[in-house]
Design a protein around this ligand. Structure first.
Ligand SMILES: C[S@@+](CC[C@H](N)C(=O)[O-])C[C@H]1O[C@@H](n2cnc3c(N)ncnc32)[C@H](O)[C@@H]1O
Length: 373
């Protein structure tokens, strides 16, 4: 008999080590939720409102979320529960992180348990799941969350572009062997997560650009890059020529020394990735954004959370991002992030670009707090 698809609980996946900051953010800013079951990288919250697969959350440290169906002791219990669910289901098996970012030994291959669990479920329940892992808007996603030695958590969410379409809030993109830094991954994920309407031929200004992972990713998209950083850029990135002759221009100066006269008339994208306190970084971004006001389409600002308590200030950071000209900025901690998060959004010009690219429809609504539809 099909289950009543409702619950009293949400589940939320996050970076290992971010759980306490996430809970504190929820306590301060998301009314009606109380902490429940918790494991490293996985939290549940009891909700004052009924939770449906369509219910949504806006929590900057959440990788993904959904309606919780609770924990199950083993695969046999999971299989029995899945058999009660309506079809078709998109299967997303994800594994909680066993290590904090950067702490995994080289021999560790993340996701082995998830791969085994997915294979076992596919074998036990043939033809039950949609083919492939990438969810399409409107599909019902079955979240299966595993961790060695822990019970298996099941959840459901109705996919919308507010979340990643891939298991566990991950993103799928190519990482070339010669990417010079983790920033390559950060910017590829930001482009996907914030749906940035980049186009070949665009011009990006990056503050804190060395050694050049971000620049390399943008050049490969055909975006010209002006990189501001007193440190040296990777020579391979300096020599790289992307589609449409996209090149990197390095300005070897501190961002405080940057003046409008050093910049071309058109800057489409502003990126910032410097080891400065968030308020200082945002103030610097605001000064530079004013130099590009006439052409700017959007910005991606990577803020270093030297103290997790900075997460409490996200609403204030979003106000600063608005003051910089972004219309609906959002904060997200992406899988490639360490103790940091990205604030990103589009200006009015950028929104117009996205609308034109999508053929008239606007960006998906990103709701602010809990809504049970
Ligand atoms: C996290 S790294 C940036 C990584 C870079 N986005 C990439 O794609 O490889 C931070 C960089 O900020 C630079 N930086 C720190 N303070 C700066 C400042 N005041 N102006 C410009 N760059 C700065 C550092 O030299 C360092 O290269």
């Amino acid at each position: 008999m099909p289950l009543n698809l409702r619950s009293d609980f949400f589940f939320v996946l996050c970076q290992r080590g971010a759980e306490a900051a996430l809970k504190r953010y929820v306590e301060r800013y998301v009314p009606g939720l109380r902490p429940g079951y918790q494991r490293p990288g996985l939290l549940t919250f009891r909700s004052a409102q009924t939770v449906l697969p369509e219910s949504t959350l806006d929590i900057p440290l959440a990788r993904t979320f959904g309606m919780s169906l609770g924990t199950h002791a083993d695969l046999a219990a999971v299989i029995a529960r899945i058999a009660e669910l309506p079809l078709p289901l998109r299967l997303h098996v994800s594994e909680c992180e066993l290590f904090r970012p950067g702490e995994a030994p080289l021999s560790h291959h993340a996701g082995e348990l998830a791969r085994q669990t997915e294979a076992a479920l596919q074998a036990a329940l043939p033809n039950q799941f949609l083919e492939g892992r990438q969810a399409q808007p409107g599909e019902l996603v079955l979240d299966v969350v595993v961790a060695p030695g822990d019970p298996i958590l099941l959840g459901l969410h109705r996919h919308t572009p507010v979340q990643s379409p891939h298991p566990g809030g991950t993103y799928v993109y190519e990482v070339p062997q010669d990417a010079p830094s983790r920033a390559f991954r950060k910017v590829e994920e930001a482009i996907l997560a914030f749906e940035l309407p980049l186009r070949a031929g665009d011009v990006a200004l990056e503050l804190g650009a060395a050694p050049g992972g971000t620049a390399y990713a943008l050049l490969r998209h055909g975006v010209h890059v002006i990189g501001v950083d007193p440190a040296a850029m990777d020579p391979q990135v300096l020599a790289f020529v992307g589609p449409g002759s996209a090149r990197l221009t390095h300005l070897p100066i501190a961002l405080g020394a940057l003046t409008q006269a050093m910049l071309p008339a058109r800057i489409d994208w502003l990126l910032l990735d410097v080891h400065l306190a968030p308020q200082v970084a945002l103030r610097a971004a605001r000064r530079v954004a004013a130099m590009c006001r006439r052409s700017l389409l959007g910005a991606v600002l990577t803020l270093k959370l030297n103290d997790w308590a900075f997460v409490d200030k996200v609403p204030r950071f979003l106000d600063e991002a608005r003051a910089l000209g972004l219309r609906e900025p959002h904060a997200r901690q992406l899988p490639a992030h360490r103790q940091e998060l990205a604030i990103a959004g589009l200006t009015a010009l950028g929104e117009q670009r996205r609308k034109n690219l999508l053929g008239g429809s606007t960006s998906p609504a990103r709701r602010v707090t809990v809504s049970s539809l």
